[in-house]
Each structure stands twice: as C-alpha cells, then as structure tokens.
Design a binder for this molecule. Structure first.
Ligand SMILES: Cc1ncc(COP(=O)(O)O)c(C=O)c1O
Length: 491
C-alpha cells in the first residue's frame, strides 16, 4: 500500500481545496501520467483512510468519482484497480514523449489578422485624459437605469427568456426605430434593425456576411482601427482612400470595392463632416461599383451647434447603405449595445447570422434600454452631455491654443468627443504619445490611424470623459513633454 501512494498522494490539511478534491485530483493526475499504471490495485477505502488520516467517506467519494469517470474499476475478488483500458501508450506522459512535449498553439490566418490589431489594453483601467472615445461615465444616470433594469427584469415573460428574438427584442427595435427616424432621419422598419453587442459587433457581422476573402473594402485614410479589424478579419483587401476636408473622397482611382466604410457625421479621427454634395457623390460611386456603403454613425448625436446632419442612410433607403450605431458613446461602452440597420432584403439572413455568432445582448438590458428611450431619459442625457462636452471641447481647444500657439494646429470639430492637435512634420507623434503615457496621459498618435504612410502627425485627444481640471492637468503634461522633442532639443 505504501508503494501505491508514495510520490502520488500528498494531502494538505490547511489548503482551501477539500481533502476529497485533493485526493481525487492527485489520483487522477497519477493515472493520467502513468505513475499509477493500468491494473494497479488501489487499497481498500478503509485502509486508505487509515493511511492518509482522513475520513473513510472522503476516500469513498474520491474513488467513486474516479470509477464513474472510468479511471478506476471494481473487479470482483480483486478490489479496485486502475482501469485496464488505460493503456500505457495513451497516458499524458506517453503522448508528450511522442509529440515533442508541447501542444502547438497556432492561430488561423484570420485569427492572426484579428489579433494583430489591438486597440486597448484589456486591463480594465480607468480611462485617463485624453483617451479618445470615452464618454463621461460618471454622468450616466445609474439610478434611473437600475430602476428600469429591475422593473423590466421582474416583468420578463417566459418567451423573452427562451431562444427567440436573437436579432433584437421587438420592443427595442420599435422604440429605436422611431428614435432613429426622429433623431437621425433613418428610414426603416423595426425588422430592419439588428441589435448587436456594440458597433464593433455590427461591423464584424456585416464584414462576415457581406465581404469575402480578397474582396476590396475602401477605408477612410486616416481611419478607424475597429473597421480595419472587422474587414481584415473577413479576409478583405483593405484599400486606404484619403480623407480631405469633406471626409472620404470617393473620386480618386481605386480598385473596385465590395464595400465602402465611412463615418460621415464625424469622420474618425479627424471629426470632419461629410457635406451633402459629397454624400451624394459617394452614393453615386457606390452605385456604379455595385458596392455596399457601411455608415458608422458612432457619436453623431453630439453636435454642439444646431441639430446633427441626418444620416446617409436616409438619402438611400432600401438602397446600398448599411447603417451602424452604438450606445457606447451616448451612454457608456460597458452597456455593450449596438445595432445595424440593414435593407429589408438582408434583414432575414443577417438576423440569422447574428443568431449564429452568439453575440446576443441580454434581453433585460434590451428592455431596460427600450424603456430608457421611451421615457425620454436618452434625449435628456444626450442634451446634457452635448452641453458638457461642448464646454470641455472649448477648455481643451482654448488651452491648446493658449499654450502652443503656432506649434499645434487645432481643428475643432462641430461636435463629437475628440479633436486633433496637429504637430509640425518634424515631430514624431508616436514618440510624444509614448512619453505622455509614461506620465499617465493617454493620447493617440494621428499617424497610427493610417494604413499606409502617415501624411500628418498629431495627437488625437479625447475631451468628453474628463472634467476641466483633469484637462488642464493633462495639458500641463503635454507642455512638459513638448518643451523638448524626442531628441531632448528645445522646441
Ligand atoms: C468610428 C468608431 N466607430 C465605432 C466605435 C465603437 O463603438 P463600440 O464601442 O460600440 O464598438 C468607435 C469608438 O471609439 C469609433 O470611434
């Protein structure tokens, strides 16, 4: 008996893991790696309990579990043995000896492309100035949300908790449809809305569903990395199309696209608005090429003067525009709700694909959101945030102009959550960003948004999520860093 256990079982009484679990795992491990070979006789439970100094029930529970899983078998007349079917050649140790010990963890080609575009760290850090794309998270009306979520959860009907409505609960689709018609000029029926876990979820869905390997997709240059990730994940050939003062310019000579991705309300990252004439040109070019237009309208609600310009989709209902929206910016990213509005002919197939991605938004969240919109809280929140963000944009832009007159060119968009402070060509924006990061200031380098060679250098600075004192403190850090360029030379 001593022989069976030596080097196999070593129970630790003070461990958090129960003695039963320790015994079970140690015996299992020893069988899998061949230390207890097939046919080894296991002592009786009474003898084992006595030897190990544990209750007999503990031993019985472990042995029974191992027998139920096929590691041990009871043989009449010979007691309990390591199962005879576990031939020595199949133990973990033997497998590792044969295959050169370690498994090979290889990503697919698509996996490699997707993993290669990493945008934020996954560490759950609190965003600090001037991380772009972050709304004022503290301003989110959490008490109202909690009340609605609780109420809607209590009212959930059994059919809502089964497998239905995976492309979106009908109530949210209806309420959102009316909201988008009113606020964004979207022309669609509720069935054309597919609820996703984010704009990224919608982009991924559209890329998978509409773009095949080798298809060309025009992307804004500079442009949004999330779109780059979605389309390159689908195997598309990415075609950078330069952005000018009016957004993506579709009139250049580029290979015929399958899809064109645009952010016409606030071009990301420049914040520029695509005027009507350019929108019509874009639709015309898309028509001639037979291409889809994917309109990402991520933060258009934040327009500081007048009302936001209506979405491109409304200029081409039932046409080739697929509209993508999100609650990440108007509410908060942690909510994880976005959507696509698609032509009615595509609603069925895209809904089925969304079901198969499994990235479905919890129904209680969908219903709380529907109530939040119905009861006017969304509108009120957007109104408050517009006023707040306008103030913060001004604080940042004025601070930049005052501190860096003549050095930085500040382009102040008519809305949105971030702006670009352009650097003179000789300064490497990635080096500045790295040095700012060392001081806890999170800017993004404009050059990093280019797929090809960067045409300009600058700092993309988010302002929406940060109080004016934090903005001021961040500006001081920028000043410190810009005092000397990366070679330590005074500017
Ligand atoms: C252009 C653009 N689209 C979409 C998003 C993100 O939306 P979501 O968080 O819903 O994926 C962002 C966020 O930064 C963005 O800048």
């Amino acid at each position: 008996m001593q022989d069976v256990f030596s080097g196999v079982v070593d129970l630790e009484r003070s461990a958090r893991q129960s003695l039963y679990r320790q015994l079970y795992e140690q015996l299992r491990g020893a069988i899998l790696d061949g230390r207890l070979p097939a046919g080894t006789r296991i002592p009786s439970s009474r003898a084992m309990a006595a030897q190990l100094g544990v209750a007999r029930n503990t031993v019985l529970a472990a042995v029974e579990q191992l027998a139920a899983e096929g590691f041990l078998e009871a043989r009449r007349g010979s007691g309990t043995l390591v199962s005879a079917q576990l031939s020595a050649g199949l133990t973990r140790a033997a497998r590792q000896r044969r295959s050169g010990t370690r498994p090979v963890y290889a990503l697919s080609a698509a996996g490699t492309r997707l993993a290669g575009i990493s945008r934020t760290s996954d560490g759950g850090e609190t965003p600090r100035p001037f991380m772009p794309g972050i709304p004022d998270i503290g301003a989110f009306p959490a008490a109202i949300w909690a009340r609605l979520l609780r109420r809607e959860t209590q009212r959930l009907q059994p059919e809502a908790l089964a497998y239905g409505w995976t492309a979106g609960h009908p109530r949210l689709r209806e309420v959102l449809c009316a909201h988008l018609r009113e606020m964004r000029g979207i022309q669609a029926e509720p069935e054309q809305i597919i609820i996703t876990s984010s704009a990224q979820g919608a982009l991924d869905l559209l890329a998978r569903a509409l773009v095949g390997p080798g298809d060309r997709v025009w992307l804004e240059e500079p442009g949004y990395l999330g779109a780059r990730a979605a389309f390159s994940g689908a195997g598309a050939r990415l075609v950078p199309v330069p952005v000018d003062a009016h957004g993506l310019n579709p009139n250049g000579k580029h290979a015929v696209p399958r899809a064109i991705y645009v952010t016409p309300s606030h071009q990301y990252p420049t914040g520029r608005l695509m005027p009507l004439a350019r929108r019509l040109e874009l639709l015309d070019v898309a028509e001639r090429h037979g291409a889809y237009v994917i309109e990402d309208d991520y933060d258009s609600e934040f327009q500081f003067k007048g009302r936001p310009v209506a979405a491109l989709q409304g200029l081409d209902p039932e046409g080739r525009v697929l509209y993508v929206g999100t609650f990440s910016k108007i509410l908060q990213p942690g909510l994880r709700v976005g959507y696509a509005v698609v032509p009615s002919a595509l609603a069925g197939p895209l809904g089925a694909i969304q079901r198969n991605t499994g990235q479905i938004v919890p129904v209680a969240i969908q219903l709380a959101l529907a109530a939040f919109i119905e009861e006017g809280h969304l509108r009120a929140h957007v109104r408050r945030m517009c006023a707040l963000y306008e103030q913060r944009q001004r604080a940042l832009a004025d601070g930049l102009s005052a501190l860096f007159k003549g050095l930085l060119t500040v382009e102040k968009p008519a809305g949105g959550m971030q702006l670009i402070a352009g650097l003179p060509g000789k300064i490497d924006d990635t080096a500045i960003v790295a040095r700012l990061a060392e001081r806890g200031v999170q800017a993004r380098a404009l050059s990093s948004f280019y797929l090809g060679k960067a045409k300009s250098q600058g700092l993309l600075l988010g302002f929406a999520g940060y109080a004016s004192e934090a903005i001021e403190a961040g500006l001081k850090e920028i000043k410190e860093i810009l005092r000397s360029n990366t070679d330590g030379q005074p500017l």
